[in-house]
Design a protein around this ligand. Structure first.
Ligand code: ADP
Ligand code: GLC
Length: 523
């Protein structure tokens, strides 16, 4: 039987996106609907979301959201649909919280009222059920922005007639961003101060919403099996590895899917020539056009490296900055698209000024150029310090643009390292987070491009065969929803809470629904 699923998130493509979270929330519900589930998404009506363009309709009535010491807050609700589906999206219209440029920040600085903005989203998502007369079977939250939901479900909403007793799934897309705020947020959450302790919402004297969500969610998942394992370690857990360990038996890894309607070289409207694994001639055209568009010399006889990324430390931008002068000493070209930390904008701008024939960067967000880089480059560079899933390497594979990745999280799970002897693999991997390891691996790819045409052909063919479908990922989410419902009915969730107080009751560590693959450690 189809499930009723309430999904709350801060991003959803095409309405608002800062990164891969938006892609996931835009895609997963469409595929859940195809399996017969009734999914409702709740998100802010940010200033950038054009009500007319998406045909949003104002629902009658006003939503009242109790915000603790802030008093009741009122908002309008617009209804829209995820394009290409019947999935309803409810947009919260609150001028004070969302009537401004930017989703989370302006000029690289987070908004000072992000605590209230996202506690509001979390509470409104639960309150809206009354307005819609919708009784969800399961509630699905994403990242710190809605991580308060599992906490609220276990506390002030425990006996709510619409959502009381409902199980929750928390999907962690990134452990670095935790929603930590000063302790006064407890009074906005409006739950008792007894929950402000180190086994619940408190971390280092602050409220940590992600921590609360990790403790209270019926089940937890992240967006690759590799990251599910990594989250247990101090290197990747960002101080929450202890909580992860406690909830380990309830934590799963599900690799994101790719929307191949958007990302396929056979029918991509953004690229100058389409192509397929059988006939790659269009890829040559894409390369030339990309060189021209970016102002590089048009040359077939040089490998072109591409990168599309947020320019932040997570993405390995610092080791790239260190390696790039040496990379550009090789006969290679490099194109880069992205935005983020201001130092990186200046630094890579200077690199471009020093090497205009080899290196071009465009600062900003440009979806169509992102497609042309995927199609026109020979290699795609992702030297991430950590990567819960990563989407671009999966797009690259589809476009026959071989990924060069650091073997972490979803990058490690989705790219198979080139084996010189067996001629297997889909890309090039390195392990150490150093400029040297990146440089060596770029050098390895470059050598292969110049001297081993046979191997390049084989790798490209292997890469283009890879598929990471949403159908696969969605059936795993469906299994998790059903498991969460079973657990909740058995009262497991509350038992789980007690287990965290009595560590001797801990369950064994197991992080995946799916068989684990031993990580390949060598080329
Ligand atoms: P993250 O969410 O950590 O940024 P992902 O790889 O999951 O990383 O998703 C990033 C998404 O954002 C991809 O769809 C990528 O193409 C897109 N993207 C990132 N930066 C830009 C940019 N400057 N212009 C266009 N698209 C971008
Ligand atoms: C986060 C992660 C990224 C992942 C995306 C979607 O932004 O950084 O690796 O692909 O979420 O799950």
């Amino acid at each position: 039987m189809g499930l009723k699923i309430l999904m709350a998130a801060s991003e959803c493509v095409p309405f608002a996106k800062a990164g891969g979270l938006g892609d996931v929330v835009g895609a997963l519900p469409k595929y859940l609907e195809k399996l017969g589930h009734d999914v409702r998404i709740v998100m802010p009506r940010y200033y950038c979301i054009d009500r007319e363009k998406y045909g949003l309709k104002l629902l009658p009535g006003v939503l009242v959201v109790p915000m603790g010491v802030m008093g009741d807050q009122y908002c309008g609700v617009y209804e829209g649909r995820v394009p290409g589906s019947n999935v309803a999206v409810y947009f919260l219209e609150h001028e004070g919280y969302y009537g401004r440029e930017g989703l989370y920040e302006v000029d690289n600085k987070g908004f000072l009222d992000n605590d209230n903005r996202f506690v509001f989203l979390s509470k409104a998502a639960l309150e809206i059920c009354k307005m819609l007369d919708f009784r969800p079977d399961v509630v699905h939250a994403h990242d710190w922005h809605t991580a308060a939901i599992p906490v609220l479900l276990n506390t002030s909403y425990l006996s709510d007639p619409y959502v009381g007793g409902r199980p929750s799934l928390l999907t962690v897309h990134n452990m670095q961003y935790q929603g930590n705020f000063y302790e006064g947020v407890m009074d906005v959450l409006g739950i008792g101060w007894e929950w402000f302790n180190f086994l619940n919402l408190e971390k280092d004297g602050e409220v940590n919403l992600l921590k609360g969500g990790l403790y209270h969610a019926t089940l937890i998942n992240t967006v690759s099996e590799g990251y599910a394992r990594e989250m247990h370690t101090a290197e990747y857990g960002w101080g929450l590895e202890g909580v992860v360990l406690e909830r380990s038996a309830d934590l799963f890894g599900i690799l994101n899917g790719v929307d191949y309607d958007e990302w396929s070289p056979e029918n991509d409207p953004f690229i100058p020539a389409t192509y397929s694994a059988r006939n790659l001639s269009g890829k040559k055209v894409c390369k030339r056009e990309l060189q021209m568009e970016m102002g590089l010399p048009v040359r077939d006889d040089v490998p072109l490296f591409g990168m599309v990324s947020r320019m932040v430390k997570q993405k390995g931008i610092d080791i790239l900055a260190e390696a790039i002068p040496r990379i550009l000493a090789l006969d290679a070209q490099f194109v880069m698209l992205g935005g983020g930390e201001p130092w990186a904008h200046f630094y890579f701008g200077d690199v471009m000024a020093a090497h205009p024939d080899k290196f071009r960067v465009k600062i900003g967000y440009d979806n169509s150029l992102a497609h042309r880089i995927e199609a026109g480059a020979d290699f795609f560079v992702m030297p991430s310090a950590f990567e819960p899933c990563g989407l671009n390497q999966m797009y690259s594979l589809r476009y026959g643009t071989l990924p060069i990745v650091r073997a972490t999280g979803g990058l490690d799970d989705s790219v198979e390292n080139f084996s010189e002897s067996a001629l297997t693999g889909t890309g090039f991997k390195f392990w150490d987070l150093t400029a040297q390891a990146l440089f060596d691996t770029v050098g390895w790819a470059l050598h292969t491009w110049y001297n081993r045409r046979d191997a390049m052909k084989r790798l490209i063919a292997n890469a283009m065969k890879q598929r990471f479908t949403w159908e696969d990922a969605t059936s795993k989410y469906e299994a998790l929803y059903r498991l969460a419902i079973e657990r909740r009915i058995g009262g497991e969730n509350l038992k789980g809470r007690l287990a965290s107080v009595h560590p001797q009751d801990r369950k064994p560590v197991s992080v995946s629904l799916i068989r684990r693959r031993a990580p390949a450690r060598k080329r």
